[in-house]
Design a protein around this ligand. Sequence first.
Ligand SMILES: Nc1ncnc2c1ncn2[C@@H]1O[C@H](COP(=O)(O)OP(=O)(O)OP(=O)(O)O)[C@@H](O)[C@H]1O
Ligand SMILES: [Mg+2]
Length: 257
Amino acid sequence: MADEASGSGADLAISHLRAGYGHLDILHDVSLTVRRGEFVTLLGPNGAGKSTLLKTLYGMTTHKAGSIRWKGREVAGGKPRAFLAEGFGYVPQGRCNFPTMSVHENLEMAAYTLKDGDLEGERNHVYELFPILRKRRNEFAGNLSGGEQQLLEMAMAVLRRPEILLVDEPSAGLAPQAITLVFDELKRLHEGGRTVLLVEQNTRKAMAAAGRVVVMRLGHVIWDSPTADLSHAALGQLFMTGKVEDPSVEPPVHGIH
Ligand SMILES: Nc1ncnc2c1ncn2[C@@H]1O[C@H](COP(=O)(O)OP(=O)(O)OP(=O)(O)O)[C@@H](O)[C@H]1O
Ligand SMILES: [Mg+2]
């Protein structure tokens, strides 16, 4: 079955965005563009605001100023349901499926918001994308391995046929084999036509998978380039100091995996 993301023109243009939680500003003057079909990784030290940016792209924070244009339309300040309807798929940090429901039932829960309600068709579609979940369909989600649970999370987002997938640290807490599995699936989803914005702590895997790297620090975007233009050592410098003298500098700095 052809795996094409629905719709077209998935351009995301964030401009001078300020957002946070209530009175607290976390994102300061963030500007970033993601073109249709791109795989962009968003990296940065703990507390940089990466999750906050993804949450803002799903209507889960307080929008203060600036613009989020999606396919030319302003969507900033919308509620999660509006972002969902616009074709945003969000896979949050940490696993949050329903552990005492089966894989099959979890996918049914994910289909709850489908307008035309073709549950079986959509569920078969994700089973084709993630055959491992078909095999485990009657298992309680809570009994899946960490890697399989992460795949289920991605499948629940994919079931709603998003045009852009916002994925927050899918490899966190996973064994090396499971990390490889998750990244392979992400690459496949991207090759199937989806636009991907991926937040990761596993910077090597993320840089290898993505075409472009954006680095955040203290609520600001401090770097944006093709991944090939930023060495791993230079990425380490950006994390630690917010600056880099030579983006191609090697050998690697310790402490960044
Ligand atoms: N719900 C919230 N209410 C208030 N402050 C929050 C909330 N969530 C996050 N923050 C704060 O926002 C800042 C950015 O957090 P965020 O989770 O976006 O960082 P991050 O880059 O995703 O970090 P990590 O790599 O640790 O996941 C932090 O100072 C954090 O304490
Ligand atoms: Mg985070």
